[in-house]
Design a protein around this ligand. Structure first.
Ligand code: NAI
Length: 472
């Protein structure tokens, strides 16, 4: 089979499939090459979506076990049916991935099932070779090629992931029984989300983190309070420690742990070990070097502010170019590239991209942290409001956390917002939208917020930037 397209996207994850749909919407003849067998990439298949299904199920399990009684709901015996929980998660994934296939059909995107590589870089007619999932070889031509191949788990020296006893985020989504003990290596997003799932379902979870704090990119105050909340929930932390060895055996995994700054090693045991120390760009077998595409020294594809590589007409988006490794960042870059290919202009305001950790309570941040503002020497004001003082949070029985808004000391413009709280990931979006429009704290404070809502905590934090919150 051979065909010519305006745009060929390599990779059908959130960056790639969104790019393909947008390009097709704009009238470009578009194909998307994907070798997983299903669309949606890591996020839909083995990342964001299945983990959220498990977070929701395990949250309900924990609520039934520990919170129902306080609401006056008596349940005689709460039992875990893990097989059903896992099957539900798989079903959620299937509904989402087949949904994208439907969207491809609706938008007339050609879905090419196979592994794509750049066979030849020719301005105006790049060639993409595809080894089909059925074993056939094909070559396609496109004016524009978009690399959207995402990222893969960063391995840890001395540790072999077998996806049974020593698992990555993928294996952590399919454990057939609840381990008695789990060691999570890495106190980042995956470690805390998947660690929360298995702790709620009954495992004793210990997080071993290299740094002296968890969730490195988040605001310092948020990091500290969230650690306290997770400890209160029963999660254990070993900070400033690194795992140098993990040996699986019949009675669990034996781990060797050393202080990050040097010192005597100790041993510990766990039924299951989750390795979650970050992700690295995936570029294997793409023919990028042969095609002359420049890479950074950390293995990312080098792209300019318009996502174009050093080769005209070859673009790259999402995790493979680095920056925030977030599905929604990749999606927006996908839209931007499609619009650029259609001759439009595109711009993404990276300062208004929120990141969310789906623990309970959720952790969400957008814009600058206090640490970043201090380092940049920016004079700023802080407005904070705790959920203990929010009537809806009290009604719901979910009062852990706060909203913190950082605003420029002179102009009052919102520079950042950091939330620990129930549905923090939803609450942050009004601030992200505000920041996109250049809002001041006063703008948010003067926006009438419906009562009784968790969002009133955002308004009160904005009021408190000038120390005039009403409810504290
Ligand atoms: P991460 O970068 O969030 O966290 C990795 C953690 O491991 C860091 O705290 C780091 O200091 C620590 N670490 C590194 N080497 C270590 C060692 N040898 N021993 C102990 N600790 C060590 O990476 P994570 O959690 O693996 O997630 C990967 C990517 O996926 C991230 O970029 C994340 O943003 C993304 N993701 C996003 C989600 C969301 O938006 N809710 C959910 C899951 C993943």
């Amino acid at each position: 089979m051979s065909d010519t397209f305006d745009v060929i996207v390599i990779g059908g994850g959130p960056g790639g499939y969104v790019c393909a749909i947008r390009a097709a919407q704009l009238g470009l003849k578009t194909a998307c090459v994907e070798n997983r067998g299903t669309l949606g990439g890591t996020c839909l298949n083995v990342g964001c979506i299945p983990s959220k299904a498990m977070l929701q199920s395990s949250h309900l399990f924990e609520e039934a076990n520990h919170s129902f009684a306080t609401h006056g709901i008596k349940v005689s015996k709460v039992e875990l049916d893990l097989a059903t929980m896992l099957a539900r998660k798989d079903d959620v994934v299937k509904q989402n991935t087949t949904g994208i296939e439907f969207l491809f059909k609706k938008n007339k995107v050609t879905y090419i099932k196979g592994t794509g590589k750049i066979a030849k870089a020719v301005t105006g007619a790049h060639q993409v070779a595809v080894k089909g999932l059925d074993g056939t070889d094909s070559t396609y031509t496109a004016k524009y090629v978009v690399i959207a191949t995402g990222s893969e788990v960063t391995p840890l020296p001395g540790i072999t992931i077998d996806e049974k006893q020593i698992v990555s985020s993928t294996g952590a989504l399919t454990l057939a029984k609840v381990p008695k003990s789990m060691v999570v290596i890495g106190g980042g997003v995956i470690g805390l989300e998947m660690g929360s799932v298995w702790r709620r379902l009954g495992a004793i979870v210990t997080v071993v983190e290299f740094l002296d704090f968890i969730m490195p990119p988040m605001d310092g105050e948020v990091r500290k309070q969230m650690q306290r909340i997770l400890e209160k929930q029963g999660m254990k932390f070993m900070l400033g420690q690194k795992v140098t060895k993990a040996v699986p055996g019949k009675d669990g995994v034996t781990l060797t742990v050393e202080p990050a700054k040097g010192g005597a090693a100790t041993e510990m045991k766990a039924d299951v070990v989750l390795v979650a120390v970050g992700r690295r760009p995936f570029t294997n077998g793409l023919g990028l070097v042969e095609a002359g595409v420049k890479m950074t020294n950390r293995g990312f594809v080098e792209a300019d502010t318009h996502y174009q590589t050093n080769i005209e007409g070859i673009f790259a988006i999402g995790d493979v170019i680095g920056g925030m490794m977030l599905a929604h960042k990749a999606e927006d870059e996908g839209v931007a590239v499609a619009e650029l290919c259609a001759g439009q202009t595109a711009h993404i305001n990276y300062d208004a991209i929120a990141s969310v950790v789906y623990t309970w309570p959720e952790v969400a941040g957008v814009g600058k942290t206090e640490e970043q503002l201090k380092e940049a020497g920016v004079a700023y004001k802080v407005g904070k409001f705790p959920f203990t003082a929010n009537s809806r949070a009290r009604s719901n029985g979910d009062m852990d956390g706060f909203v913190k808004i950082l605003a420029d000391a002179t102009t009052d413009r919102v520079l950042g917002c950091h939330i620990i709280g129930p549905s923090g990931g939803d609450l942050i979006m009004e601030v992200a939208l505000g920041m996109e429009f250049g809002a001041s704290a006063e703008d948010i404070a003067r926006t009438c917020h419906a009562h009784p809502q968790l969002g009133e905590a955002v308004k009160e934090a904005a009021l408190n930037v000038d120390k005039r919150a009403i409810h504290i």
